[in-house]
Design a protein around this ligand. Structure first.
Ligand code: NDP
Length: 448
């Protein structure tokens, strides 16, 4: 069978079997559209159904999560865990708690995770999970009861050699703590490596909280360096103001950039003085308030409930909020304003039309599976520390993170060139490099 026909057949099968999973279809299309040169060089991967097998999760779980709110009312949320690929190691990927979570979203995230994890070079497979539960507006007691109920089901599927969840949107140190506590209680095991993203005070890794945002900035820095640029003196916009965004802002400033805007789902703030990261942390992590509260506390800042950060003139854009938040219109504005580089801190934040526009305009574009791989890579470092029952210093861990991001970056460029693209085609390079590592392992392990 010719390679294009093979890819089309896999596509058609997914559309038929998994109708209504728009984000999953989008993620699969993005990867498969890069794979033809790799499959032409490796026809054995076509013969052994590697692509078809990769697109079908090894296991997908959905489960009821009943919990009781502060008024005594019973609530029922839906939980998910997609164990997508264990070719390279235990399933690894975060948990997302957000009302928008559904099967298609968790599958898109799990699918991306396979290739991202492969790119890090570490021994981790791909998975993802979550629930359509919204922690925002819930008391600590409600969040705890929800997490306990969620883990009461999930515990039978996870383990440090099997499946190792971490945080994502709506799942930070507080939720990881409650989830870990319930796992420990049910299993009667202090199995430190069953979850990553734990606080540093008890078996977490230094620099894990910072890793995704810092890693995204390192990746952007590497891309910029190929054209003789850097962060120094550059205007930066960041979307979101959660874990990834806050640390992307922090590292951009450390490298001499000035982040002038960030956002949440209610709007965005502009602060020409540069976003004050300590104030932002206080607003989001202590007060758990909306981003408008930042502008109320800072005279140089203004809040806007309309538009996006991408309408502002900037040299570097770091989308760090959620999928499909940066669309064609945003890309047109960024290109018109002369943006040099866009690096995805979030997963799939740029729509396919936006990505196409960046390519056509010659804007450096770092796709999430490469640019935000620092988070999961540092989770793998946390697993290493847990297995060895030791804890490294912040400097040691951050230096490993920086090395990994440099390697991911050069791997993307070299693979893109090797397979007929330009070195700047990070989408091609990331997809093929990630795919080849997983495909090699799958070939060696037989049809399983
Ligand atoms: P958080 O929950 O900490 O933060 C998410 C932020 O994005 C919040 O500020 C949220 O605002 C905002 N947001 C959500 N939707 C929108 C929107 N439509 N427009 C503007 N802002 C929005 O999550 P993380 O920072 O952990 O995750 C952010 C992204 O990074 C996700 O795509 C995640 O999958 C990805 N990622 C995370 C990793 C990690 O280590 N945490 C690792 C790799 C990728 P609000 O509070 O209003 O909803």
């Amino acid at each position: 069978m010719n390679v294009r026909a093979h890819i089309d057949a896999v596509h058609a099968q997914i559309r038929r079997r998994d109708p209504g999973e728009a984000e999953f279809h989008q993620a699969v299309t993005e990867v498969l559209s890069s794979l033809a040169p790799a499959l032409e060089r490796h026809p054995e991967y076509v013969d052994t159904g590697i692509v078809e097998r990769l697109c079908e999760p090894e296991r997908q779980l959905t489960f009821r999560v009943p919990w009781v709110d502060d008024d005594g009312a019973v609530r029922v949320s839906r939980g998910f865990r997609i164990e997508f690929s264990s070719a390279l190691g235990p399933y690894k990927g975060g948990l997302r708690f957000h009302p928008s979570v559904n099967l298609g979203i968790v599958k898109f995230l799990g699918f991306e995770q396979i290739f991202k994890n492969a790119l890090t070079g570490m021994a981790i497979g791909g998975g993802k999970g979550g629930a359509d539960f919204a922690p925002r507006g819930r008391s600590d007691g409600e969040v705890m009861r929800f997490c306990q109920s969620f883990m009461t089901e999930l515990h039978r599927h996870v383990g440090e050699q099997t499946d190792v969840p971490a945080g994502d949107i709506g799942v930070g140190a507080r939720e990881i703590g409650y989830l870990f506590g319930q796992y420990k209680r049910i299993t009667n095991r202090f199995e430190a490596g069953v979850l990553t993203g734990k606080p540093v005070a008890w078996c977490g890794s230094p620099a894990r909280a910072e890793a995704t945002g810092y890693g995204t900035v390192y990746f952007a820095q590497e891309m910029l360096a190929t054209r003789g640029h850097g962060f120094d003196g550059r205007r930066v916009v960041v979307s979101g103001c959660g874990n990834v965004a806050i640390h992307a802002i922090e590292k951009s400033h450390a490298l001499g950039g000035r982040v002038v805007a960030c956002s949440d789902s209610s709007g965005y703030v502009v602060d020409e003085d540069g976003i004050d990261v300590e104030l932002l942390k206080e607003v989001k992590e202590v007060r758990r308030a909306r981003v408008a509260a930042y502008a109320q506390s800072k005279p140089t800042a203004r809040f806007s409930a309309r538009g996006t950060v991408y309408g502002l003139p900037c040299d570097i854009a770091l989308p760090c909020a959620t999928q499909n938040e940066l669309d064609r219109e945003d890309a047109v504005a960024l290109v018109k304003n002369g943006v040099l580089a866009v690096a995805e801190g979030a997963n799939m934040p740029c729509t396919p039309e936006a990505v196409r526009l960046f390519h056509e305009a010659g804007v450096l574009f770092g796709p999430g599976k490469a640019a935000n791989a620092g988070g999961v890579a540092t989770s793998a470092l946390e697993m290493q520390q847990n297995a060895a029952r030791e804890q490294w210093s912040f400097e040691q861990t951050e230096s490993r993170l920086a090395d990994i991001m440099r390697t991911v970056h050069s791997q993307c460029r070299e693979t893109a060139e090797d397979y007929g693209g330009t070195p700047d085609d990070y989408v091609l390079g990331a997809n093929i490099a990630g795919f080849l590592r997983v495909a090699d392992a799958m070939s060696a392990q037989g049809v399983v």
